[in-house]
Ligand binder design. Structure first.
Ligand code: KIV
Ligand code: NA
Length: 265
């Protein structure tokens, strides 16, 4: 089977086929997640928490992201491989270009993701102009946790909601290929999906997105205090490959996320 591309994700949005995405951090899980039929595998900087044991993603370095991306790349054949740009690795266009290039050339990533609001428009535009596929991560941005003051729902209230809608359009116009919305009320996520043309992937953003993403360790029930929007798919499955396949079908058939995984206004 041929590699999933940005074009394919666009087609999936148009045909209303939900896009299934999951994180992985090493070669074994790169292979298992890929073989389960995932469309996108993300090497998330969540590795700072689930692999390294830090309390936030802030300590994760570019070298660590390149290393883990190269491990996952060896296992992942079909899914589009996306890698997070870590904290402080995209403070201006030239730094972002150099670091995204390393994630692609040394790590093997096919797309980079950065946590962006309207302030990242210049960086996204520079990456796009140089042919680097970009995912812009809006809503709860864990790299800004010390500024946001906690892991909580973003975009609540008319002002914050309108601002996120403006940022989403600005990032799309700057050249972002996909948007990721984390911890956003379902109604706002649906509104944002309606005003952009690019695929919108949600995590804690309700069922009216073009796709869903979760953290591997949450899907396998390994997290001590899993977030409310996650579900343990190992429960009711015989083994890890079956749990990963169960996640893919639940996303495809729109059985996940349910109301219990979703935030209201
Ligand atoms: O780092 C990560 O795993 C992520 C997902 C939660 C979207 O950014
Ligand atoms: Na991340």
């Amino acid at each position: 089977q041929s590699r999933i591309t940005v074009t394919r994700l666009q087609e999936m949005r148009r045909s209303r086929t939900p896009i299934a995405c999951l994180t992985a951090y090493d070669a074994v899980f790169g292979r298992l997640v890929d073989e389960a039929g995932m469309d996108v595998v993300l090497v998330g900087d969540s590795l700072g928490m689930v692999v390294q044991g830090h309390e936030t993603t802030v300590p994760v370095t570019l070298e660590q992201m390149i290393y883990h991306t190269s491990l996952v790349a060896r296992g992942c054949r079909r899914a589009l491989l996306m890698a997070d740009m870590p904290f402080m690795s995209y403070t201006d266009p030239s730094q972002a270009l150099a670091n995204a290039a390393r994630l692609m050339q040394e790590g093997g990533a096919q797309m980079v993701k950065l946590e962006g609001d309207g302030g990242q428009v210049q960086v996204v535009s520079a990456l796009a102009r140089h042919g680097i596929p970009v995912c812009a991560h809006l809503g709860l941005r864990p790299q800004s946790i010390h500024k946001l003051g906690g892991y909580r729902v973003q975009g609540r209230g008319a002002h914050a909601g309108e601002r996120m809608m403006r940022d989403a359009v600005a990032l799309q116009d700057a050249g972002a290929d996909i948007l990721l919305l984390e911890c956003v009320p379902a109604v706002l996520a649906a509104e944002i999906r309606g005003i952009v043309d690019i695929p919108v992937i949600g995590i804690g953003a309700g069922s009216d997105c073009d796709g869903q993403i979760l953290v591997l360790h949450d899907v396998l029930g390994l997290t001590a205090k899993p977030p409310r929007f996650a579900r343990n798919f190992l429960q009711g499955s015989d083994d890890i490959p079956a749990a990963l396949a169960a996640y893919v079908s639940a996303v495809r058939e729109r059985r996940f996320p349910g109301p219990e995984h979703t935030f209201q206004n």
